[in-house]
Design a protein around this ligand. Structure first.
Ligand code: S5P
Length: 456
């Protein structure tokens, strides 16, 4: 059995790790190239690798699975070394016969060790995890041979998985440098490359232009600050009808959102104590609250609806939606209301539903006066472009982009950000109707973070 240093030196000898100037798929140049697939042609190195796994495997593990294809031989040798049975996740479902996605014997609830050769963004691991979990298997541990230090490990840890890597690129080059296998120029070049490409190190993250927006309205400023801190411009529309379901969902996804949007009047078991609970959760997870009341009446009635009744919306909501159908006077009444606790206002100037009456003429009429009111922080809209500094909130966002059968129209997060220039995405059923909302919101976060929304 060899030690880690010898193993890493062998990786260079058998050209699984190369140093030079390599063009990556992304178009970037890299001073290091890693491809562990070649290891299959070196059985003794593969055996050495399996020894490095042995000590790390938790006692509770019942099955071993490798992420296809590169990690399959590694998982096989680890299985032989440890005596732990293996299962194989197919890359594609068989088109005939059993149509199985997982081959081998297993029981629902079996604790699985998942093995990967190299982790970058963690995407292929997440895909495999999803499929194994849908078979009822529990991913109890994940071990990767080499961590490229590009954020994949953190992403999985954030999702609650136990992840370890045998080596990181920096530990690899440090060791090779100490062992005089590489010189200090290569060593520094690789470290510099990792730093430049890391998505873990937040000081390197450049904020995207429109999220550098500052706003004189305190609530808008807070919302922008939270979005920046959490790297999330997602607003969850929690259109659920029991307090238990709402609180349960917020406990699951609270860390991933910058605001939660409610329709307080659809809750069947509402009591004022629900508001206390809501405020505690919003504070704990650091997100703001939007009541999507869409006020649309004369000024006096709107003020009563905002502040009175059992919902006492102005006492807890950070923001409320309003229609401007009643004209400027109704908006002025809200702005002139002298109260210590006053939600910021988000006019709905363009709706996402088929056949909406909010045509270009209506949008322009709204825009004519809404910018004059400091309580207005932006607007809910689709295609409408807003003045500099005003925040664009876009509902009708869904990864599946399939419209519903009640007139709702959906766009993908990518489309909403890149084509509609949205600042904040409002997502309802896409998250709360998912089997696993926490996992689902991870996909939305991945989609927006990939778009360079918060910087590369
Ligand atoms: O034009 C609009 C404006 C709003 S606020 N279209 C919308 O869908 N909304 C709200 O966004 C709607 O009331 C719902 O609460 C949410 C969209 O939910 P989803 O389930 O369709 O994503």
């Amino acid at each position: 059995m060899k030690n880690s240093a010898n193993f890493l030196k062998t990786l260079v000898d058998i050209e699984c790790v190369k140093f030079g100037d390599f063009a990556l798929k992304s178009g970037k140049q890299s001073p290091i190239y890693i491809d562990l697939r070649n290891i299959v042609s070196h059985p003794s190195t593969l055996t050495d690798l399996s020894y490095l796994f042995k000590d790390k495997i938790s006692n509770s593990i019942q099955r071993i699975c490798g992420v296809p294809y590169a990690a399959l031989p590694i998982a096989t040798v680890v299985s032989i070394q440890t005596g732990l049975p293996m299962i194989i996740k197919r890359k594609e479902v068989k088109k005939y016969g059993t149509k199985k996605i997982v081959e081998g014997e297993y029981n629902v609830g079996d604790k699985v060790l998942l093995i990967e050769d190299v982790i970058t963004s963690g995407e292929s691991l997440i895909e495999t995890i999803k499929e194994l979990e849908s078979e009822g298997l529990l991913i109890a541990q994940i071990i990767v041979v080499l961590d490229r230090e590009q954020g994949g490990v953190k992403r999985l840890i954030d999702k609650g998985y136990r992840v370890e890597s045998l080596f990181s690129i920096s530990s690899l080059v440090e060791l090779l440098y100490k062992e005089r296998k590489i010189d200090n120029v290569i060593y520094r070049n690789v470290l510099h490359f990792i730093q430049q490409n890391s998505i873990i190190d937040s000081p390197l993250i450049k904020p995207k232009k429109y999220l550098q927006k500052t706003h004189s309205n305190k609530t808008a400023e807070r919302l922008l600050g939270i979005a920046h801190r959490k790297k999330s411009n997602l607003i969850a529309s929690i259109d659920l009808i029991t307090t238990k379901d709402i609180i349960g969902l917020l406990n699951e996804i609270g860390n991933d959102i910058c605001a939660a949007k409610l329709h307080i009047d659809i809750i069947s078991d509402f009591t004022p104590s629900f508001i206390d609970e809501l405020l505690i959760i919003a504070k704990r997870f650091d997100f703001l609250l939007i009541e999507d009341r869409k006020f649309a009446d004369i000024g006096n009635t709107q003020l009563l609806q905002l502040s009175k009744g059992m919902y006492a919306i102005s006492s807890w909501a950070d923001m409320v939606t309003i229609h401007l159908i009643a004209g400027e006077s109704a908006l002025k009444a809200l702005q002139d209301w002298d109260s210590e606790k006053k939600p910021a206002l988000i006019p709905v100037i363009e709706m996402s539903s088929s056949g909406a009456l909010t045509d270009q003429d209506y949008i322009e009429k709204c825009k004519k006066f809404m910018y004059n009111y400091t309580d207005v922080i932006g607007a809910v809209c689709q295609t409408a472009e807003l003045n500099e500094g005003f925040l664009k909130f876009t509902p009708g966002v869904n990864l599946e982009s399939k419209n519903d059968d009640k007139g709702q129209n959906y766009n993908s997060p990518k489309y909403a950000i890149e084509e509609l220039h949205s600042d904040f995405l409002i997502i309802g059923r896409g998250i709360y109707s998912a089997n696993d909302p926490k996992n689902e919101i991870g996909k939305y976060l991945f989609a927006i973070r990939e778009l360079d929304f918060f910087g590369a």
